[in-house]
Each structure stands twice: as structure tokens, then as C-alpha cells.
Design a protein around this ligand. Structure first.
Ligand code: BES
Ligand code: ZN
Ligand code: ZN
Length: 482
């Protein structure tokens, strides 16, 4: 989908046109006859948020109603969802171009609608002989936003698509080495972005016992990728570290996943894909903020030499870990990456994103992110506010000391999982000890990274959920420091 800006004259527009129409605005400028206006009013009375279609063959006119009285984030989310409905209607009509304008609406509402259109138009159709229907061009009324605003948003949405592509691609076509190579290639062409890729030998010399253990059952080598975005002027003296879980495929290892629990586990590297996309967007849009993304990558398999329960691992920072279950592998590779980030970068804030626990999905379903924090109450507060605004919501789980008891080990410093209770929190607690005193936020994205049913502007598959959240957080990060 390609966006362009241009003036739009609604009166004699002969293509397919959508007009966003809030209440509290005059209807003088709607290109409707009196009878049509009455029809629209009736439809709005039935449903104030209806999409009402008028045929203007060969084109169609859509009035996209919304309730401007509602709080801005709700209104914007509604417009994203309406945009997704419109995408489906356009597919039925086989329309491949669209113009968008609005009556009295705000630029933010226009951006939300365009975001919904763009995100909903995505399909993972690279492997299909016949690609899905797509909207090729969208002309946006230039009265509502500048070229620069459009470009800034478009860069974010494009990076979000990259994330979806990586996550949707099966491990057979994207293993750790291939993913690392792609990130390196992208970084090479970017200003102020450095990419360092550590191979197995180098990971061995770093003594990353967690990443190496998880990799032992695999025929593919692990990678540890460090991306750094360092703009000439930054508002932060010490970097923000973004750590992402990069399990290219999670079979469970020797504690193999039963039945259909293995399905969708190609998405277990969504955390890494998310963090890479966030860093690249920040660099594309030249945010004045110093970032480092740390991405440990491997698949988790039951090979001949696979790590096993009862193994005791020595991690990057010297902590020993008793393995209780090889399916709790994400925290092992993340622990090394977190400890490395603290050791080498002394970040002012460390955030990780990980498809870490099924328990997070059971707790809050697919409607948001489970978050925890240690020494980072203020940043998490900001993240929550931003989450409501962009409608990628987070809920904070407790991080009480008592939970540490649940992962105490008889054999080592800590064990890699606790009992059946509070599995999301004990996973977070395991990671938090590697962050030490560094302000730390843990985001468990297991429920939202990958959808098995289409919802709103998410097709089946990878969502890219969390990228808009973290990008918006970085954009407003300086507010917190004031
Ligand atoms: N990758 C999974 C978590 C997951 C489950 C993500 C469902 C997305 C959807 C993770 O590595 C895992 O297997 N976790 C175990 C931990 C348990 C063994 C302590 C889980 O949640 O069952
Ligand atoms: Zn697992
Ligand atoms: Zn996993």
C-alpha cells in the first residue's frame, strides 16, 4: 500500500472515497443529496459508528461514522477498527485504490484511521500462488497531515511489517544465522546504527551458558546480535537497552511440547523481532535517544546432545541455574543477554520483550501485555499511559519478594522454573535477578505476539504488537525526565 497526499474535492470525486465523519460537526460539506442525508442520519441513530456506503459507480462513497465525544484513545481505536472493516469491504468490491478525507476530524483521528488501513491490509501471502487482495494506493487529503507526518508514520508501519514477516516465516527459512544476517544487512545501510553479530565460538568465549545450553540440541548455530543506535545528540547519557527473546523455534526441547502446543512456536522470536523493529524505527525517524538492542537467538530442540533437566548451567554473570524444565528456555537465553547488557552498557533502563509464558495468556488472554518492573516504577507508569493511548495495553503484575522463594534451588543459585502457580511472575523474577540494580521492565508478550484468529486490524499470524507501544514510549521518554 502506498500513501500520497493531495487535495480532495469531495463534490465531484469519481473514485472510491471514505469520509471520516464525527458528530458535533456540520454536515454541509458531505457530498450527499437531501434524501441520502436523511438515510445517513437514520443509520447513525441506529449505530453512531456505522460505515455507510453510497454507490457512485464506478466508485463508492463510504461515510465512516465515529463518536468524537468519546475519549481520544477510544475514538482512535474505533477508527483503526473501522478502517479494518473498510479494508474487508473494499476487498469484496475488488477496489484497489481509495481516497480519504474527513469532516471536522482531528489529524490524530486521521492518522489512526490510516494506521488501521495499513495494518489491516497486511497478509502473509509470500508463500501463496495467488496473493491476497491489497489496496494499492491511498490518497490522503493534504488538509489533515503534512508529508513529514505521513512519512514518519509510514516508516513505523513498514518496520512493523518487517517484524510480522520475520515472525511469520517458518524456522526452516529463517534460522538464527539467517535472521542475524538480515539484521546486519539492514543496519549496514543505516546512519548511526552499528550491528555486531557474535557466532557460536564468540558466544562460547563470552561464556553465555544459558544460550549455549539451549542451543545444544540444535544443528543450527546460535547467534547473539547487538544493535546500537547512537544519534549525534541524545537526551540520555546512558543507553536504554532493549532485550528480545529470539527462540527461532520452540519445540520444548527434551521436555517436548505435546499435542498441538507446538503449533505457532515459530513466533517465539517475536521479542527479538519487536526490539529490532523498534530500534530501526527510532533510527529511521532520528529520535534523539541512544539505544542498544540485545538479541540472543537459537532454536530449542531435543537433539542428541540436548540440554536436560537436572543440568546445572553457569550463566554469563557466573550465576548457576538448575534446569528443571527445558521448555523454560526463553529465560535462559534472556538472562545471558540481560547480564551482558548490564555489564557492557550500564543502561539507564532495560526493557525486555518475550513470548515467555503460557501462563500470561491464561491470565489476561490476548488483550494485552503482562508487565513487571524492578526499580522502574516511573518508566512503567509512562509505558502504561502510552499503552492506553496507542491501544497496546499493559497490565502490571506484582513482583513481591515472596515469589523469589518459588525459584530457589537446592542444587544451584536459582532454578529455571517454579511450581504451576504464578508462572508469569516467577519467569519475570528469574530474569530480574540478572538485571541487578538496573531499572528493569519485563514485558511478557506471549498473548499478543501471534493471533490464531483474525481480530480487527490483525490478520492471522504475527501482530507486531508492542512496536507502536515502545516507539511511542521512546518518543515521550523525555517527558518523564522533566
Ligand atoms: N514459548 C513458550 C511460551 C509460550 C506459550 C508463548 C504459548 C506463546 C504461547 C515458553 O518457552 C514456554 O514453553 N514456557 C513454559 C514454561 C514452563 C515450562 C515453566 C510454559 O509457559 O508452559
Ligand atoms: Zn519453551
Ligand atoms: Zn519459548
Amino acid at each position: 500500500m502506498v500513501y500520497s497526499l493531495s487535495p480532495i474535492n469531495t463534490k465531484d470525486y469519481d473514485g472510491t472515497l471514505a469520509i471520516l465523519y464525527g458528530n458535533e460537526v456540520s454536515d454541509r460539506n458531505l457530498p450527499l443529496a437531501k434524501r441520502e442525508m436523511e438515510y445517513l442520519k437514520r443509520r447513525r441513530e441506529e449505530d453512531p459508528e456505522a460505515i455507510v456506503r453510497f454507490d457512485r459507480l464506478p466508485g463508492h462513497l463510504f461515510i465512516v461514522n465515529f463518536d468524537a465525544e468519546k475519549p481520544a484513545p477510544i475514538c482512535q481505536e474505533h477508527l483503526r477498527r473501522s478502517a479494518a472493516k473498510l479494508v474487508a469491504m473494499l476487498a469484496d468490491l475488488k477496489a484497489d485504490s481509495l481516497a480519504v478525507t474527513a469532516e471536522g476530524s482531528l489529524p490524530e483521528e486521521m492518522v489512526a484511521f490510516l494506521e488501521g488501513l495499513f495494518l489491516a491490509d497486511y497478509r502473509f501471502d509470500r508463500y501463496k500462488a495467488k496473493p491476497a487482495h491489497h489496496i494499492a494506493t491511498v490518497t490522503v487529503d493534504q488538509a489533515f497531515l503534512s508529508q513529514q507526518e505521513l512519512d514518519t508514520n509510514q516508516r513505523l508501519w513498514n518496520r512493523l511489517f518487517w517484524c510480522r514477516e520475520w515472525v511469520n516465516t517458518p524456522v526452516a527459512d529463517l534460522n538464527a544465522a539467517e535472521f542475524a544476517e538480515q539484521l546486519e544487512t539492514i543496519a549496514r545501510d543505516m546512519d548511526h546504527v552499528e550491528c555486531t553479530v557474535f557466532n557460536k565460538k564468540q558466544i562460547e568465549s563470552l561464556r553465555m551458558g544459558g544460550l549455549l545450553a539451549v542451543n545444544r540440541g540444535s544443528v543450527d548455530e546460535p547467534r547473539f546480535v547487538v544493535l546500537e543506535y547512537k544519534p549525534a545528540v541524545a537526551i540520555n547519557a546512558k543507553p536504554i537497552a532493549l532485550v528480545g527473546k529470539g527462540i527461532m523455534y520452540d519445540t520444548g526441547g527434551l521436555n517436548i511440547k505435546p499435542d498441538d502446543y507446538m503449533q505457532e512456536m515459530k513466533s517465539d522470536m517475536a521479542g527479538a523481532a519487536t526490539m529490532a523493529s523498534v530500534l530501526f524505527t527510532a533510527a529511521d525517524n532520528q529520535l534523539p535517544i541512544h539505544l542498544v538492542a540485545l538479541l540472543p537467538m537459537t532454536d530449542n530442540r531435543p537433539g542428541f546432545n540436548a540440554y536436560a533437566a537436572d543440568d546445572i548451567l553457569t550463566m554469563y554473570d557466573g550465576t548457576t541455574v538448575e534446569v528443571v524444565n527445558t521448555d523454560a528456555e526463553g529465560r535462559l537465553i534472556l538472562a545471558d543477554a540481560i547480564a551482558y547488557a548490564v555489564d557492557k552498557y550500564d543502561p539507564e533502563l532495560l526493557i525486555d520483550a518475550a513470548t515467555l509464558t503460557g501462563a500470561a495468556v491464561r491470565a489476561i488472554s490476548t488483550f494485552g501485555i503482562a508487565a513487571m518492573q524492578q526499580n522502574a516504577a516511573n518508566p512503567l507508569g509512562l509505558l502504561k499511559v502510552v499503552g492506553e493511548q496507542v491501544y497496546e495495553r499493559i497490565v502490571e503484575f506484582p513482583f513481591w519478594d515472596e515469589y523469589d522463594e518459588l525459584i530457589k534451588s537446592d542444587m544451584a543459585d536459582v532454578k529455571n522454573c517454579g511450581t504451576a502457580q504464578a508462572g508469569t511472575i516467577t519467569a519475570g523474577k528469574f530474569l530480574a535477578r540478572f538485571a541487578k540494580q538496573t531499572p528493569y521492565i519485563h514485558l511478557d508478550i506471549a498473548g499478543v505476539a501471534y493471533f490464531t484468529k483474525p481480530q480487527h486490524y490483525y490478520a492471522v499470524g504475527a501482530s507486531g504488537y508492542g512496536i507502536r507501544l515502545l516507539y511511542a514510549f521512546l518518543q515521550t521518554y523525555d517527558l518523564m525526565k522533566k
